[in-house]
Design a protein around this ligand. Structure first.
Ligand SMILES: Nc1ncnc2c1ncn2[C@@H]1O[C@H](COP(=O)(O)OP(=O)(O)OP(=O)(O)O)[C@@H](O)[C@H]1O
Ligand SMILES: [Mg+2]
Length: 262
């Protein structure tokens, strides 16, 4: 493993159509990166947050993670550095990564979540010197790429998760186009829930047709679905097939990172 210190954290957004497996994959990847000895900050931007469950926290512990203040300007021009924000609001998880809860809608009629997205945008714009990777689990849809300035405008890389369905592949293609407009340097696709070799073939073929490189394809696995129902995704031991796919994704991200993660 190289020991060169990174000047700033690599910033990766996990995006894709609703229900494709963004949170599951963000949790598994964040844990796997930690297991490779990297320092990881995992940011939950879902207004109904549950990334904590995928990182081994209980529901009560997930709900107790303090939410980032809205519309904070981090770094130059603001009073707070990204490192201070992580120090104040980050919480350790059994899986290894530090969890940040960026947005939570706790009551009806409380207004839009734009202020929370602005804080995340600002957090990603600043440097986190002691962190190797900042991984942001996004809410479904494209709004985070279209809203003023783009929540992920300062991401280095997007991982767009896809199921073997035409609609999720089309969402991935639209995501890649918006990412290019925002100037996000790289987009890689991650296939998920492939039940058969034909599913994987479809995903690889359809994504290639859209000009998207595939970092890895995870199989559909009953143990993943069951762990979700039991609330134990954070303690899941990935099967060899899932492990291989996760390693493929980690290696693809390492290869895509010009500064080198390790
Ligand atoms: N590889 C897999 N095999 C089996 N089930 C999976 C797999 N990946 C995800 N799932 C299941 O799919 C469901 C949706 O997963 P998840 O919540 O991670 O999706 P999401 O994209 O984050 O959803 P949302 O758009 O609501 O944020 C969950 O029940 C999860 O357990
Ligand atoms: Mg999710």
């Amino acid at each position: 493993m190289r020991t060169v210190a990174r000047p700033t954290a690599l910033k990766v957004g996990v995006v894709g159509k609703g229900g494709v497996g963004k949170t599951t994959i963000a949790g598994l990847l964040a844990r796997a990166w930690s297991e490779r000895g990297r320092t990881v900050v995992a940011v939950d931007t879902d207004s109904n947050p549950n990334l904590g469950l995928s990182l081994g926290l209980s529901l009560a512990e997930t709900e107790a993670v303090p939410v980032l203040p809205r519309s904070v300007v981090v770094g130059r021009g603001g009073g707070l550095a990204a490192a201070d924000l992580v120090e104040q609001y980050g919480r350790p998880t059994p899986a290894g990564p530090t969890l940040i809860s960026a947005i939570r809608v706790a009551e009806a009629g409380a207004g839009c979540t734009c202020g929370g997205h602005a804080t995340v945008r600002s957090l990603l714009a600043d440097a986190l010197a002691d962190v190797d990777l900042t991984l942001v689990d996004m809410e479904a849809g494209l709004e985070h790429l279209s809203r003023s300035g783009g929540t992920l405008a300062h991401a280095d890389l997007l991982l767009v998760v896809c199921e073997p369905t035409r609609k999720s592949v089309l969402t991935a293609a639209r995501t890649a186009a918006l990412a290019a407009e925002l100037g996000i340097p790289q987009v890689l696709a991650v296939g998920n829930k492939a039940r058969t070799p034909e599913d994987e073939e479809y995903l690889r073929g359809a994504l290639a047709e859209e000009g998207l490189a595939v970092a890895g394809v995870l199989p559909y696995e009953e143990q993943v679905a069951q762990a979700d129902r039991a609330g134990t995704t954070g303690a899941l031991t990935p099967s060899p097939a899932v492990r291989t796919a996760l390693d493929d994704v980690l290696d693809a991200v390492d290869a895509a990172d010009p500064a080198g993660l390790g």
